[in-house]
Design a protein. Structure first.
Lengths: 226, 201
């Protein structure tokens, strides 16, 4: 799926969070790195219309994220930095069904899809667990399941291994690597970018490097060393 | 199997439609407040307890869920004994306890999403008059149930942080950060609701 930024700009109270960005993304695995406050999350939130550009446009599969907001959003799933915040209902299976209900699926299909996605991520045993009692890794998997159950073409993950222990970090890395969907990951966990097609480096609201992982990470290290 | 607020099972209450349960609960509440005869209220309390336990919840869990409310009911009954009579205290205790047990039985046999669906259905006619957005009200109910434990957990973290820093735990210094952090979370949660396709049209 093509994601196209055409001079997309975001300004908050006169301060540019993202300077004009022109970029086309179509790779299967895209990484985004940068220091804190460099514009990574703003750029990612533009893709599913959570943030509106104050200048320029962003299109997803040809759909404008402002003019065709609902349709464009239907093509992208978003996992927040703290996935607990996006679990809306108290029981995992009910939370997964929530997204399907909002998209107008019937009862039988909701049950079938929910069961299937839980099985896909190996978390069927957690179906009736309270979401606030899930571990970090379980929460992350549950959040991914709850987003992918609606069938988006692109999954955006904002720091998915943040606050996870080594075991859960490896679990999420394996899960992300195995996803058939197009994936865009914002991360400080550089190991997660192994095998990625393309990595973008942001610095002070601008795209500072755009390359294959090894080269992009080198550029990122140079920025971080300054 | 205990799973959350509701428990899986196939008791008659599990099989009953949500609306039926809510109507019966409403009717029982009216009936319990009309009657003051202990010959009716005591069996009603017993029946409510049997109904609650028939959900398969187990005695310990059943007690854990209602003990705080029953303690409050006991305090109300004690106040009635102090200011009125033993008969009045027993009437209040039986009446309120029966109602608490019936409500707990409904909660134990109804999933949150089923509750939300029913609230949406019940309120949808009011949308025509522009009073409410039914889906918003049901979502609000779901969110309250979902995030109350989070708020309690956050309060625990704030009080622990006070203790770790050797600070006294005072309402002002705990509630202010709690409110600020909760409001910050609320922004993200609102964004997540949008991201997950609520209010697509």
């Amino acid at each position: 799926m093509d994601i196209v930024f055409s001079a997309a700009t975001v300004t908050y109270a006169g301060r540019a969070a993202l300077h004009p960005l022109t970029l086309a993304l179509s790779e299967s695995r895209i990484g985004v790195v940068g220091l804190n406050g460099s514009g990574k999350t703003t750029m990612a939130r533009l893709i599913n219309g959570l943030v509106k550009p104050t200048g320029g446009t962003v299109t997803v599969d040809g759909l404008d994220t402002v003019a065709d907001e609902a349709a464009a959003r239907g093509k992208t799933g978003f996992i927040f930095q703290n996935p607990q915040h996006q679990m809306i209902l108290p029981i995992l299976a009910e939370d997964i069904a929530f997204g399907l209900k909002n998209r107008g699926f019937g009862k039988a299909e909701i049950a079938e899809r929910t069961e299937a996605v839980l099985a896909r991520f190996g978390i069927s045993h957690l179906a009736r667990r309270r979401v606030h009692e899930l571990s970090g890794g379980e929460t992350q998997l549950g959040a991914i399941a709850s987003v992918l159950v609606t069938g988006p073409d692109l999954l955006i993950l904002d720091e998915p291994t943040n606050q996870l222990d080594l075991k859960n970090r490896a679990l999420i890395e394996r899960t992300v690597a195995g996803l058939p969907e197009q994936v865009l990951v914002i991360t400080h966990d550089l190991a997660l970018l192994d095998g990625f097609d393309r990595v973008l480096v942001f610095h002070e609201g601008r795209l500072a490097a755009d390359d294959r992982p090894a080269e992009a990470i080198r550029a990122y290290r140079e920025i971080a060393a300054c | 199997m205990l799973n959350g607020l509701d428990i899986e099972g196939d008791s008659p209450l599990h099989l009953m439609p949500v609306r039926g349960k809510l109507v019966l609960l409403f009717a029982a509440a009216i009936g319990l407040f009309i009657v003051s005869d202990l010959r009716i209220l005591v069996p009603a309390l017993g029946l409510s307890a049997i109904l609650y336990l028939s959900t398969g919840i187990g005695f310990r869990e059943a007690l854990r869920r209602v003990r705080f409310v029953l303690f409050t009911v006991l305090l109300v009954a004690a106040a009635n004994y102090a200011f009125h009579s033993l008969h009045e205290a027993l009437v209040v205790f039986c009446r309120l306890s029966a109602l608490v047990l019936l409500a707990a039985a409904v909660t134990a046999t109804t999933s949150i999403s089923a509750f939300m669906d029913e609230i949406t259905r019940l309120l949808t006619p009011l949308e025509r008059f522009g009073f409410v957005r039914a889906a918003d009200v049901s979502l609000a109910v779901g969110l309250v149930i979902r995030f109350v434990p989070e708020i309690f957990a956050r309060y625990g973290e704030i009080t622990d942080a006070h203790r770790a820093r050797g600070l006294p735990v005072r309402p002002l210094t705990t509630l202010v950060p709690l409110i600020i952090l909760t409001l910050k979370d609320a922004d993200t949660i609102a964004m997540a609701i949008d991201a997950r396709g609520f209010r697509r049209h």
